[in-house]
Design a protein around this ligand. Structure first.
Ligand code: DX5
Ligand code: ZN
Length: 218
């Protein structure tokens, strides 16, 4: 399925070897590099800041898909764009002025995404559907890799896909959390187009095969 993109999450990489870990997924057929930014406030974990993103920007030309799990996205959008982000996704739960944030991302010529926690209804993006490129449906509660897929995400993706089609929009649906070959199949059938996978890619013996399996190729 060539329309499907796979975005391995470097949250599951060996941080002492970050450059090599990115080169590995590039060689294995990754489409994007998914970068999980956690601030220890919105989620109970801390990861990468703009200097780390700027450093790894030198090792690959693959698009950087930056997933901001932070309470103050308004302060971090521009630093991450300067560091080399190509797609910036903010959590709706952190953004009372979501429309303004999306405008800021687009003014810089970057792709804008909005992410929804498992408990957040689709309704929160209804008024900004014309202003975004991607919606990220979380299929785990954000904060950690290696968690179990929450099955309710499948119906949520299907409802969102039908809403997007009704409105004749071209919006990618990304899904993040607990994705492996089997859950990938289900979310692709529901209408997801971009699959994030951390442990299923970095934990695989054969990364090339793992990415193919997630994409749905034999
Ligand atoms: C969770 C992160 C995910 C995580 C996915 O907060 O947003 O991107 O790395 O890891 P897996 O694929 O192991 O569930
Ligand atoms: Zn993520």
């Amino acid at each position: 399925n060539t329309m499907i993109k796979v975005a391995p999450s470097i949250l599951s990489a060996d941080f002492s070897q970050l450059a090599n870990e990115i080169i590995k997924i590039e060689k294995a057929g990754a489409d994007w590099v998914h970068i999980d930014v956690m601030d220890g406030h919105f989620v109970p974990n801390l990861t990468f800041g703009p200097p780390v993103v700027a450093a790894i920007r030198k090792v690959t030309k693959l698009p950087f898909d930056v997933h901001l799990m932070v309470t103050n996205p308004q302060d971090l959008i521009e630093p991450f764009i300067r560091a080399g982000a190509d797609i910036i996704t903010v959590h709706a739960e952190t953004a009372p002025h979501l429309h303004r944030l999306l405008q800021t991302i687009k003014e810089h010529g970057k792709k804008a995404g909005v992410s929804l926690n498992p408990s957040t209804p689709l309704a929160v993006v209804k008024e900004v559907l014309d202003d975004l490129d991607m919606i990220l449906i979380m299929s785990v509660n954000p904060g950690f890799g290696g968690q179990k897929f929450i099955p309710g995400a499948i119906d949520k993706i299907a409802r969102l896909r039908s809403k997007i089609e009704q409105r004749k929009l071209t919006i990618d649906i990304e899904v993040d959390g607990g994705i492996n070959a089997s859950t990938a199949r289900q979310v692709i059938a529901a209408g997801a187009t971009i699959l994030v996978a951390g442990s299923a890619v970095y934990g695989a013996e054969d990364m090339t095969q793992a990415i193919k399996d997630i994409r749905g190729l034999d």
